[in-house]
Design a protein around this ligand. Structure first.
Ligand SMILES: C[S@@+](CC[C@H](N)C(=O)[O-])C[C@H]1O[C@@H](n2cnc3c(N)ncnc32)[C@H](O)[C@@H]1O
Length: 154
């Protein structure tokens, strides 16, 4: 079984114990954290949400799934395969929502967004955006895919 050493969540456990999680368990754990944020910030269930740079990973969407989100959910992701994968996952996770995929970087996507949104969400996007800035178009296509595969198999 593939496992990922989730060292960064150790401090979140009350007893400080170490945990070894599968990628699916880690995504679910973060989905639950996102649900708590969604609840705390009272993001409306039928509102308008924009997620930036999910890759093909449903961490944030798992939180909205738990909330029963039924509004409009924009997904900004410039990597085509990742966008297709995450859109399919989100349509299953949020069957009552309208999922709007946008195949662009966040800077280029702004003009396609509505003027009012209830929340803009992203799971640690800044590091990836900074890395993305240093890549040319060809490198950009491959980099994040290779990066995700590496993380999942060490
Ligand atoms: C490592 S992946 C997904 C990480 C995901 N947020 C998570 O927490 O697991 C990073 C993603 O950021 C996307 N990305 C990079 N630069 C971007 C930008 N300027 N605007 C939107 N997405 C960007 C890449 O296409 C890639 O799919």
């Amino acid at each position: 079984m593939q496992q990922v050493w989730a060292s960064c969540n150790q401090s979140l456990l009350p007893d400080g114990s170490k945990v070894l999680l599968t990628p699916a368990q880690w995504n679910q754990y973060l989905g639950d954290v996102w649900y708590q944020l969604i609840f705390s910030y009272r993001i409306p269930q039928n509102g308008v949400v924009v997620e930036i740079a999910p890759g093909d990973v449903e961490k944030v969407g798992l939180g909205f799934h738990k909330q029963g989100f039924s509004g409009t959910y924009y997904v900004i992701e410039p990597h085509q395969k990742s966008l297709e994968t995450i859109t399919a996952k989100y349509k299953k996770l949020m069957p009552s929502a309208t999922i709007v995929p946008i195949l662009k970087t966040v800077a280029d996507a702004i003009s396609e967004l509505p003027t009012h949104v209830d929340a803009i969400v992203a799971n640690h996007p800044l590091d990836d955006m900074i890395v993305g800035k240093s890549l040319n178009t060809e490198e950009f296509k491959d980099f994040f895919l290779k990066c995700m595969k590496t993380v999942m198999t060490f």
